[in-house]
Each structure stands twice: as C-alpha cells, then as structure tokens.
Design a protein around this ligand. Sequence first.
Ligand code: DC
Length: 228
Amino acid sequence: MSGAGGRRLIVAIDGPSGAGKSTITRLLADRLGYVHIDTGAMFRAVALVAQRAGLDVADDQALARLCRGMEIAFVRDNGCCRVVANGEDVTDAIRTPEISLLTSAISTRRVVRDFLLTLQRRMGSEGGVILEGRDIGTVVFPDADVKFFLSASVEERGRRRWLELKAKGEDVSLEETIGAVALRDEQDSAREHAPLRRADDAVDVDSTGLSVNEVLSLMEGVVREREH
Ligand code: DC
C-alpha cells in the first residue's frame, strides 16, 4: 500500500506494444495500492464492439454513436482486472491478433480518442492511479506526477508476444509476430492524433534483458521518491 502520509499520485506509463507495460503496471499498482487503468484495453473494447456491429472503421458518425452508448469498466476479480464493456466481460475476447490490428486502426479515429480521453481523465483525476497507454504523459495527463516511457527492442517484444500467443494455443510463427509488432509500432507512431511519443519529462526504462522484478523495483523507487 502507499507509504504513510504519501501523496497519491497520477502515474503515466507509455510505450510501444509488448514492452511489458500491462504486467509491470498491474504489479506496480499492487505494490503501491494504486488503481490500474489499462487504456489499451479501453480502445480494444471499442474495437470489439465495433467489429461485432459490423462498423466501418472510417465511419466517424457510426463510431460516435457507438461511443455515446458505450460503458467501459474495470472490475477486480481475484487480484486480476477484468474488462467489462456494456455489461459483458470482454477480457479475453479483446486479446486476439485480429482485434489487436483493428484496435490499432480504430485508435487513429479522433471521435474514439476524444471519447476515451474524457473517460480516462475522469477515472484518473483523484490520483492514486497508474494509467498505461501510448499518450498518457503527452495528452491525457500532461501534468502527471510521474511519467515513464517503457520500451524494449522490437525482437524482444515480438518474442514475448509470440510466447504469450503460443501459450494460448495460437498457431503463429515468431517472424510473423515480430512483423506484426513492427507494423503496430509504425501505425501507432505515424498516426495524426496523439501518436506514440515519449514525453520530454518521462523517465526512460528499457526492459530488454531485465527481469520483471528488476524493472518493477526501479520504477517503484522513482514513484516512492515523488510521493514524499
Ligand atoms: O496496449 P495495447 O496493445 O493493449 O493497445 C492496443 C492498441 O490501442 C494499440 O495499437 C495502440 C492503441 N492505444 C492508443 O492508441 N492509445 C492508448 N492510450 C492506448 C492504446
């Protein structure tokens, strides 16, 4: 839990896909007693609902309508964070390679970004939160108390994603997975609205070759220092 008398901060963790953000953020939130907000999961939930509705990604009016009627919540269950969209647990359904690619495309749409921006600011405004994403330190909370930019080499990130997919029984090759990670990097960095970009005042953490615990201790140290 947070240290006695420590301020409850807004912590931003940005970085490319597969850098270990979700794992690190979940564990760091547990250590600090903070709420974990996975903003990528929010974009994924919008993509899933749009896909099921058969929406065209470029149809901004339809996307705006879909967002207006959409409810997204994080529910803690056995220490694990479930994602609930319009009352349905979509935690697993939003993690397929197909939804990953669609999410990357849908996250370029301004209407979707604006909708989620409002929601994310509301969820984080009280402090005691860690938000992970691509534009938290640059757009969502440019005044966040602590900002991290978490990265790792594209090969390492591809390899991690491949191991995850294999564990789930997905039949994909390592090269294919590294290629998909590189493609998403490109889409996420090249988009017009809120591209993946390191905030000037972010603390750089390169997780290549580091264990989860090493990364975690390093980041916890930075947050603890700023809490006082
Ligand atoms: O972190 P993730 O892999 O679950 O993110 C899924 C997609 O959502 C990714 O392609 C980038 C996008 N995204 C975004 O544009 N802005 C965020 N704050 C979080 C995710």
